[in-house]
Every structure is written in C-alpha cells, then in structure tokens.
Design a protein around this ligand. Structure first.
Ligand SMILES: C[S@@+](CC[C@H](N)C(=O)[O-])C[C@H]1O[C@@H](n2cnc3c(N)ncnc32)[C@H](O)[C@@H]1O
Length: 371
C-alpha cells in the first residue's frame, strides 16, 4: 500500500530476504517503497517479480515498472490473482485490511517467506492476523520499527541462529559488561556505583523477590537466568543447595566467576536458544531485569520453552516482563514487550500454568509459572 514514510519499515526485512534468495517474488499491493526497491533488486538477474494492485490510483503510480521480468498487473478483485504457485518471497501489503489474511492463507503452503506488514498488536482489530498464524510452523517478528513486519514460513525455522537478529543480544551485553558491568546491571546508582552499593541493593532485591516470596518454597536448585556478574546469585548460594548463574554474555560470566567463587555456584553460558542443562532438573528459574532487555521475540519464546524443559514437574519460573510499547529497540535498555494476554498465549501452549501475576510498576509485571 502507498502511504507515508513509515510505509517503508518493511524494507530492512525485504532487502535481507531478497539477498538471501533467488526465486520468484510476489508483491500483493504495490507501494512507493517496496515496488521500486523490488524492481531494481530484480533488474540485473531478470528475476521474476509480479506486483498486483487493485486501486486505480496506486496502479497509475507504479504501472510504469511493468516490463519483461516485472509484471505489474491491475486486478478488479483480489480473488482473480493466480497466485497459488511457488514463490520465494510473497510480500503482503494490500487493502482492504481484512483481505490480508485471505491472501496469506492462499500462500501458506506455496511460499518460502510470507512477509506481512503492519503486524503490531494494536492493529490486531483491523487485520485479525492471529487467526492465520497457526497456519505456519515458524514466525519471526521484526519489531525494531513501527509499523512492525512479520515473516511467516512453513519451510524456514527462524530459531536457527543464522537467521537475522535485529541486534545481536550477546555482543550488546558483552560490550556493556566491558564498559561498566555493575552500572548496566543495576542502573540505580549511575556510573560510579561501588561494589558495596551493588551488593547491598542486590541483597535487598534477593530478600524481597526470592527469600520472602511465599511461592518459592524450595531451597534446592535455582537458576539465576540472566545473572550478570552474580549480584543475586551470591545471596541465592547462601540459601540454596545449588545456584546456577546463566547468562548470554561470556564477559559477564567471566567477571562473575572472578567475583564469586563458591562450590555450590555454577556458571553457564547461554547462546540465546538452547540451554546446556538437563531436563527436569531445576526447582526454580528466576529471571529479573532480563527479558525486558531482550530484542528478539523468538529468543524470549525459545527461552520459555527451554525453561519449561529444565524445570522439574511442579517447579516454578518467576519472571519479570514488560508491556511497554516502545518506538525503537536501538537503545541498549529497550526490549520486546508482551501484554499479559499475549504472554498467556506463549506460556500456555508450552504447558505452564499461571500461579500468580502481579504488577511490579506501571509497565512491568511478575509472573509465577508452574510446570
Ligand atoms: C540488567 S542485567 C540483570 C542481571 C541480574 N538479573 C540482576 O538483577 O542483577 C541483565 C543481564 O541479562 C543478560 N541477558 C540479556 N539478554 C539475555 C538473554 N536473552 N538470556 C540470558 N541472559 C540475558 C545480560 O547479559 C545481563 O547480564
């Protein structure tokens, strides 16, 4: 669809996908960003590209691109498009809004990557896309810029680390750990935070969120998920038989090992996708100030699955989530957000049951999930 400058927020994804593939491309609904980009990207190889439009005004603006490799076709009715055939990429950006799920459904089993624009939660009433997500095995949401863009596939698994990550979570936290680990772990005291302030506040937070928590009754094995340099792990190790400090950043882990040398503490490096911990072996997983910084929904959701796998039956996952809508994920602290309803749709199918939910502040909430 043709619109304002924001109608080009799908371009990073389209550009990446065009460079990763070489097969035919379908564009449903032309645009002043997507149509010229796709046209010139296909130019040298004469790659097959078909654009359909049904608004005469928009068609008038893009029909000049029609040539031997790029067919720009006017359709009175979207049903007339003969699109049920193989495509490497199908870009869905047409009107009226309720039509999008129809075309996505038609393409689900023919297309390697179905790219859909305007997929943020607040537009759900308009597009109703939740209905068609179950038609796909895999989904990747690009949420760095609004409007969001999602990629759906029955053929390509976006959890594969080779798939694009909007910002590299591991590199980001390695660089923050090198700059000033304590400050980025606990932002309360600014640049010059002392070890004493860091420990004292860590002890207070451990006491409030773990020691005094009536749901967290076990004192056997706890995982400090996103442990940093062990601010809370230290106090866990005083009360628990075993504390596992797990983090995505190798630098955080190394600094943690120097700070905390105790027999019942184990440090584990996490690649963001799979955890080197056995099934059914953990009593509590605790994640504080971690997922609110995570840039990738795929990573959050893979973590929920891994946490379920490693917990013992009856074990508890206590996690702080955020539901703050953010304009951009480029700031170090920004992360993906989930409304309580959205997160319910993630943890329930995995098998978790909700024991309790409580607001921590205006934009963040605790969940206690039980396996
Ligand atoms: C703000 S610090 C909080 C550390 C600790 N939870 C605390 O409260 O002291 C966030 C930590 O999470 C780690 N982290 C970021 N994303 C992560 C992810 N997806 N999985 C595991 N750790 C992650 C970072 O490397 C960092 O050490």
């Amino acid at each position: 669809m043709i619109g304002s400058i924001n109608s080009g927020t799908h371009l990073p994804i389209l550009m990446k996908l065009v460079s990763m593939t070489d097969g035919p491309i379908l564009e449903v609904g032309g645009g002043l960003h997507s149509t010229p980009f796709l046209h010139w990207a296909c130019y040298f190889d004469k790659r097959k590209l078909v654009t359909y439009e049904n608004n005469p005004k928009y068609f008038g603006l893009i029909k000049g691109y029609n040539n031997d490799f790029h067919k720009v076709v006017f359709v009175d009715n979207w049903d007339e498009m003969p699109i049920e055939r193989h495509w490497d990429i199908a870009f869905i950006d047409h009107a009226p809004a309720e039509r999008r799920k129809k075309e996505i459904t038609r393409l689900a089993n023919f297309t390697k990557y179905v790219v859909v624009h305007d997929t943020e939660e607040r537009k759900e009433n308009e597009y109703g896309l939740k209905e068609i997500y179950p038609l796909f095995k895999y989904r990747y949401d690009f949420t760095e810029i609004i409007p969001h863009t999602s990629v759906l596939s029955n053929f390509i698994d976006f959890k594969n680390p080779k798939w694009i990550q909007p910002l590299d979570q591991e590199k980001l936290w390695d660089s923050l750990a090198q700059k000033n680990a304590k400050k980025y772990i606990d932002a309360t005291f600014g640049d010059d935070i002392t070890e004493e302030q860091f420990r004292k506040h860590g002890k207070e937070e451990y006491t409030n969120h773990i020691a005094l928590d009536k749901i967290l009754t076990s004192r056997e094995t706890i995982v400090d998920w996103g442990s940093g340099i062990g601010r809370l792990t230290e106090f866990m190790s005083n009360d628990f038989k075993k504390a596992i400090a797990l983090d995505i950043s190798q630098t955080m882990i190394e600094k943690g090992k120097q700070r905390l040398q105790k027999e019942n503490v184990e440090f584990v490096k996490f690649d963001g996708w799979t955890v080197p911990i056995q099934n059914d072996s953990i009593d509590i997983v605790f994640a504080f100030l971690v997922f609110q910084h995570c840039k990738s929904r795929g990573m959050v959701e893979a973590s929920y699955e891994e946490i379920y796998r490693i917990l013992k039956k009856g074990g508890i996952f206590k996690v702080l989530m955020t539901n703050k809508e953010r304009e951009s994920l480029s700031r170090w602290w920004a992360g993906v957000s989930y409304s309580p309803e959205e997160i319910n749709n993630i943890y329930k199918p995995i098998g978790f049951t909700l024991k309790k939910m409580e607001y921590f502040d205006a934009k963040r909430y605790w969940l206690w999930l039980q396996k």
